[in-house]
Structures are given as structure tokens and as C-alpha cells.
Design a protein around this ligand. Sequence first.
Ligand code: ATP
Length: 619
Amino acid sequence: MSTAEHVREIETAWRGGTSGRDPYVIQSWRRCLDEYHLDPAVNCEAVILPEGRLKEHRQQSEELINIARSGLERLFGHVSGQNYVLLLTNRQGIAVEYFGDPRHERDLRKAGLYLGADWAEARAGTCAVGACIATGEALTIHQTDHFDMTHTPLSCTAAPIYDTTGALSAVLDISLLSSPREKISQSLARHLVTTTTRRIELANLMAQTSRQWVLRFALSPEFLDVDPEGAIAIDHSGRIVGMTNAAARMLAQAAGLDWRQPEMLLGQKVSQFLNLEVDGLPNLTRGRPTHERVLRARDGRMLFAHAIEPPPRSRARPPSAPLPPALREIGQTPEINQLLEKAARFARTTLPVCIHGETGTGKEVMARALHAASGLKGQFVAMNCAAIPETLAEAELFGHVPGAFTGAAPKGRKGLVEAANGGTLFLDEIGDMPLILQTRLLRVLAEQEVQPLGGNNPLPVQIRVISASHRDLAALVAEGRFREDLYYRLHAATLTLPPLRERADFDWLVERLLARHSPTQRRLTPAAWAALRAHHWPGNLRELDHCLAAASALCEDDEITLSDLPETFSGGDPDSEAAQLRAALAQCQGNVSALARRLGVDRTTVHRRMRRLHLKRHG
Ligand SMILES: Nc1ncnc2c1ncn2[C@@H]1O[C@H](COP(=O)(O)OP(=O)(O)OP(=O)(O)O)[C@@H](O)[C@H]1O
């Protein structure tokens, strides 16, 4: 088909002319023209994200990739030798996992059948991943079904993967660079992807469920125990707390509801949908023959069911779930790990969290990680209470209506509280918040609504507040400079970050920050390592970050030496006792015994001097 013919066909279909295409193809063409304003006459190359952005997307999808991997490997095994490529994309349409024949890597990359490819409909036009995200259904976009002529050689089949709350979380796509002309040739591909996504969802439900019953079901008894169609997680009171997409469709059909409204299903009693009470679950376990484990849905359909009992609660602490990826980035010691496990538990709640720690210890980084791990859909909005003059802070936080005060924005302005609606409001240096603002903030938190300055209509808001301070807030309360009621409201949960000088993962942090600042792999010489380890780090991670950024900028080859470090390390005042001792320590590569031998004193003397001069011990 020529480009002109293709464009003509799209235009005819857009005007409502008859077409032999599947309705979902026509609907996607319409979206491309009406919503994304794409032009079918203009060819666009496949978009592949740069390494850094791909890494972010992969980190966010890490848990899913791990659960999906064995299903993907198995599927790739089935189709190997037939030139199929598998892509797992996130819900934005970015390919975060890829299985393809390395011999065709160049062609696959060019066609966008590659890791990091962006298959969002708004950018790629009609394509299987994009249409699957838009419709939530499995489908095939075959050759000239594609909107953009760049993609018309391809045949792509995609199926959605839903999380246990019924939200679309990923798409599995199986594609061919070249395929037979008939679209029907891809029905087996469609069957394979839907089977795989169903199994991935089942595996995900099992992985997410530890304290609930799981009810698996099938329409016929033969495959019930080995390959069920769907599954539901049920809590001890008989309410549905998780489900696969096939289960959501079954439940919705049973009650005459729409499966696309999972909120109508989650939290409901299972007895609303099936002739089953929670007490009946033990009768559906494996101990009973499959053909006797029969249930009837409220619409009269018969189902075969398999109930899996929650594992008994052991007295010992259960092994902790893997940390959300955003939190894993923060540190590596057993102490930090304990803190991160605590943070992961807080992240799953809406409790206000107060983060303590000296300046630069990573309080904002922790707040952002908590937000990322919370799954909240709204934004992360930060305000530094110490940086904004008292006169402006009120309007900044709560917004204002037009003409609310002299100098107000003519159209009014949305405040940070409103911007954070549905997300997280991070209040840094909360101890510096003026008392009048504390009173207003308390009212917003108590009433869950905000009234912009000069306005009469309060707006309902749902925000999660994370606050941080390097000051002793309890002391500020005692001095009457911080409201006691606000203090208790913000301190539902607390996290305290250790100063850098106390962190045993210092070397790990240095390596990570170095990688962040050096495009190429850079090493530190032993003397530079020793100088860094010996430093007292009053500015904590921020100071370390800046120090390594400066050293990376100065360093001309792939080795950072003592002279690349800021002057304080190589001894700004070479005659000062601290500088001399630091330099001598660095020359001995941080080894206190070696230094003691060299100075002709014993080790305790060296240690005493180091303590006095705030020098840190090697390692
Ligand atoms: N876990 C970490 N790994 C690497 N870098 C980090 C980590 N935590 C913080 N940093 C870096 O340290 C610097 C300071 O972090 P952040 O702003 O979160 O600290 P803070 O405690 O909020 O500071 P302040 O008390 O001044 O508000 C930033 O450059 C950040 O990138």
C-alpha cells in the first residue's frame, strides 16, 4: 500500500466511511487525528529513550519485571526461531524489558522493537501497545493498521497486565518485523500473550498476598489446580482485597457491574458475587476432589474453585518484603536497612512522617523516596519554610484569589497545598514555619480543605504531609515557638537519618556519587580515599556530593588524586596541625598503626589527636 492510499483510507475512516478494519483500529486512528494531532503523511522514526531515562523507568518497574521474567522467558522459549520479539512496557508505553534475537538487533532497534522504545499512542500513532493502553484489551495491530507508515511492516499483538487493585500496570507485546499478509495469522500470538499475562497476574497476586485467602477459579475442573483462569484475594471478614483481571471481569459480570470500575468490587463481600461465605473457604481446598469444589456466581454461572489458605502466622518476625526500588537507593548498612524497612511500612500508609537529621543527611531524598514508594497518584510538592519570607509564605502555601492583596497575581494563584492534592506535601525546615502559618496549616490538616487568601470557597484536599527539620522540634515546643498540637499531628511517624560520619556504607555512597558525576568510570587513588574517609563531614551527604562533583570536574584522566579534592583535603593551610596530620594519615593510606610508627608515638596518642582535631578513622 502506498503512503497516499494509506492516508486516504485513514481520512475516509475518520469521516465515518466504511472500512474492513477492526473497530479498535478506527478508534485509534481517530484518537491520533483528533487528540494527538498526528499526521499520517509524515513518517516518524521510532523513539528510543536515552540510557538514563530508561534506567529510571526500569527501576520503577523492577518488581513487575522480576515477577514477569519467568513468564516472559517461557513465552520466548515457545516462539524462539519464529522471529518474534517480546516487549514488556510500563503503563506509559516504555519498553522496560525485551527479548529478541540478537542477530537482528540493528533492525529491531531501528523498528522500535527494543529496550527503551516509546510506544505511547500520542508519539508512535496507532500501535499495539498504545491501543492496548487506551482500550485495556488484548489486540493485534497488523501491518497497515498502524497509523504511521514507518511501522506498517510490523505486526504487533499486545495484552494488558493489571495489578491486584484492577489498575493497568503494564503491557506485554509480541511483534514481528515481517509477517504473512493475513491478520488472522496472529491469532496464536494473541492467545500466547493473553495466557502469559494471565499467569503473570496470578503470580503477582500470590506474591502480594500473605495474610489472606486466595480463591482461584476456572470454568472447567481439568485445569483448575494447574492453570486457573483467575484469582481473588479474600480477607478474614470475607471481603475482596485483590484480584486478577479475569477475576474482576467475572465478579463484575456476576453482579451486573462494569469491570473497569474496580472500586465497585474491591472491599465488597465475596458473597455479593458468589454463593460463598468466608467460612466456606476451607471446603474448597485441595483436600477435596476438584469436581466437588463447585460454586455458583450470582448470574447463575458455574465455577470450579480452589481456595488456598493463608500461611499460619509464625511467632518469628516474617521475612521482610523486598524494599521498594526508590528506598533501596538510600543506603546499605544493616542500621540503614532497618530504617528503610520502617520507611517502607510508613510509605504504604497516609500517616504524616517527620524526618530528622543533621543538615544534608538526605531528608528530602528520603521524602521523595517515601512518595515514590507510596503509589500516590498526585505530585510531590516541596516547600522550604526557612527560605520563604514570612510575608509571602502564606500565599505560597495556600494560594490566593485575584486581587487578594497588593501585588497579588491578577489571575490568582494555586497554592502548594492545592498543587499537592492527591500527593505529598514536603515541608522542609518545618521548625522555621511562622506561628500564624502553623495555625492555618493545622486547620487544613484537620479539616482537609484549604481556603485560598481572599477566597470564600474552601477546596477539599487530600494530602500526605512529610516534614523535616534539623532542629530539635520538641525544644521549640517547650520554648513556645512551635505549636504543640501541630507537633503531635506531624509526628505520627518519625525517621532519623544518621550523619555521614557515622555511616558504615561511606565507600558505597562515594562510589555511587562518583558514578553520578563522572560520565566515565573514575577511580580514587588510595591517598584520596584515605583523605575522604578521614574527613569529619559537617555538611554530610551534600558536602560529599559537592566535593566529588568538584573533583570530577577538575580531574583530567580516570583517576582522582588528592590534589583534585578541595583544598581542605590537601590542607588549605598546610601548616595547621589538622592539615599536617590529615596529610600524614593520607600518606599512610588511613592506617593509624602505620602513622603511629612513622611519628614514633603509640596508637592511642594518634587516636587522641585525631579525636581532638575531628579527623575520622580510616574505614
Ligand atoms: N542516599 C543518598 N545517596 C546519594 N546522595 C544522596 C543521598 N541522600 C542525599 N544525597 C545527596 O545529598 C544532598 C543533600 O540531600 P537532601 O537535600 O535530601 O538533604 P537534606 O537533609 O534535606 O538537607 P537540608 O537539611 O539542607 O534540607 C543532595 O545533593 C542529594 O542528592
